[in-house]
Design a protein. Structure first.
Lengths: 115, 111
């Protein structure tokens, strides 16, 4: 158990809909990262938040957004869903003390199926 | 963009050492090498990381060449449960960097 909690584990929805994925980082971790894993693209970095503020952006679509709340949990919002958004979405967290050798700990993911 | 090159797949006999190579010829002096693995569709699991010295923990050993352009992850006694995709990652961006995953090596441990 990594200590990172993601909910829900599975989500089935229809095209055009909007969903929210939730991530609770390990206790004390300040940074949260979101990754998308689809069959043909592998693990793609989407976005990182540090202590409530966006720190880095990767291959995140404009239809997707994220935020990190004062209690450090994070939500990834996916809107106007398309079939191609079906994927595993992982959240990771790190303590982020400002050193370059910290580990990221991953949650077990949310499997999103868009029908 | 991933800065590493790994073989697509490898096989290993159960009980034998698994040696997974990784090339990272463009690595900078202060960039760490991380290894993660992913079993089926589970979340990636941290294995080990290093800068320039060889490292060992309860899971594996990491051997980094002196010029830091390549490294090898060693699983000393592979078991069937070690079958997974192994990712070698160079963490760019220092303390604010994130992990950019490549395609990894699919390791199959066979009885």
């Amino acid at each position: 158990d990594s200590g990172v909690t993601q909910t829900p584990k599975h989500l089935i929805t229809a095209t055009g809909q909007r969903v929210t994925l939730r991530c609770s980082p390990r206790s004390g971790d300040l940074s949260v990262y979101w990754y998308q894993q689809s069959l043909d693209q592998g693990l793609q970095f989407l976005i990182q938040y540090y202590n409530g503020e966006e720190r880095a952006k990767g291959n995140i679509l404009e239809r997707f957004s994220a935020q990190q709340f004062p209690d450090l949990h994070s939500e990834l919002n996916l809107s106007s869903l398309e079939l191609g958004d079906s994927a595993l979405y992982f959240c990771a967290s790190s303590l982020d003390r400002g050193v370059a050798n910290e580990k990221l700990f991953f949650g077990s993911g949310t499997q999103l199926s868009v029908l | 963009d991933a800065k590493t090159t790994q073989p697509t797949s490898m096989d290993c006999a159960e009980g034998r050492a698994a040696n997974l190579p990784c090339n990272h010829s463009t690595i900078s002096g202060n960039e760490y090498v991380y290894w993660y693995r992913q079993i089926h569709s589970q979340g990636p699991q941290y294995i080990i990381h290093g800068l320039k010295n060889n490292e060992t923990n309860e899971m594996a050993s990491l051997i980094i060449t002196e010029d830091r352009k390549s490294s090898t992850l060693i699983l000393p006694h592979a078991t069937l449960r070690d079958t997974a995709v192994y990712y070698c990652i160079v963490r760019v961006g220092g303390s604010q960097g994130n992990l950019i995953f490549g395609k990894g090596t699919k390791l199959s441990v066979k009885p």
